[in-house]
Design a binder for this molecule. Structure first.
Ligand code: PEP
Length: 287
């Protein structure tokens, strides 16, 4: 497993080191209309022009086209916020992975709001992951504990159980687990509440997530990107990106504000530049 635990480049233990990209994902949730989403995306692109940071905007389904057009040539990718577990069929009102071809290259799966409001189980979420893999969508799998689970000392076991169940379901699809899977650690009590986890707690959970993914058969857990999500702002992003095991953020409320996203991506660019500088220094075979 990657252990970029030392802050200074000179202190890196090269034997364990893997360079992971830095990723900022905007989840616009049920906000914007097709009429205004393109303008917002264009403004975001102009304010977050940091090519070393992988950037993804996830608008509502009906705004995917407008956002895709606005982002063409900017280097920013488009993601969906959800996908159905089946590819086709009698599922009125649903959107499937093959329908997203040409509209999105990423997809959020298992967001806690869908677990809460739509009763999504880990097994269903795992089938969605498998469907993403089948149709070439990069999945961002959301996991996280409730406040009660954290207070009962069950935060890590909750997240490990979510991963084990979802990845077992995903692994049964042709092609197995996606080596490009991204996991977003989103403590439920931090989403939309203005409360954030501590950076050190998020980092410990990122380590637990990589360990759990290794147990579930993820091919290269050291290369697995782990994001933090939960009330991230331009003021709080630094605490998370100071942790070498955190590779970026899934941003909800703040992702609708251009100035906030400009600040978040600017901070992410500092980490991305430091990682690239470290990769340039790395002995052969470690970057
Ligand atoms: C989210 O939607 O994934 C999220 C983290 O929301 P917020 O940043 O608003 O807490």
């Amino acid at each position: 497993m990657a252990k970029m635990r030392q802050r200074g480049v000179s202190a890196i233990a090269w034997d364990d080191w893997v360079m992971r990209p830095v990723l900022i994902v905007a989840n616009w949730k049920m906000n914007t209309t097709p009429a205004d989403a393109g303008r917002l995306a264009a403004a975001m692109a102009a304010a977050t022009d940091e090519p070393l940071v992988d950037r993804v905007i996830c608008p509502p389904f009906v705004s995917l086209t407008a956002v895709g057009e606005a982002l063409r040539g900017t280097g920013i990718s488009v993601g969906a916020q959800n996908v159905h577990a089946e590819a086709f069929g009698a599922y009125t009102g649903e959107i499937s992975a093959p329908m997203l071809a040409g509209l999105a290259t990423w997809c959020i799966v298992g967001h806690s709001e869908r677990r809460r409001d739509d009763g999504e189980t880990d097994a269903l979420i795992g089938r969605k992951l498998g469907r993403c893999r089948e149709f070439g969508l990069r999945a961002i799998l959301c996991v996280g504990e409730s406040l009660e689970e954290r207070e009962a000392g069950q935060a890590e076991s909750t997240v490990r159980n979510q991963l084990a169940a979802a990845l077992a379901a995903a692994a049964s699809f042709d092609g197995g687990l996606d080596p490009g899977l991204v996991v977003a650690y989103e403590p439920v009590w931090a989403i939309g509440t203005g409360r954030t986890a501590r950076g050190s707690d998020a980092a410990a959970m990122a380590d637990a997530i990589r360990a759990a993914c290794a147990e579930s058969g993820v091919a290269d857990p050291a290369a697995l990107a782990v994001l933090y999500g939960g009330s991230v702002t331009s003021a709080s992003i630094g605490e998370f990106l100071a942790e070498p095991s955190i590779d970026g953020a899934l941003v909800g409320g703040a992702s609708l504000k251009v100035d906030e996203m400009a600040g978040i991506v600017a901070r992410a660019a500092l980490t991305a530049r430091a990682r690239h500088a470290a990769a340039d220094l790395a002995p052969a075979g470690h970057a």
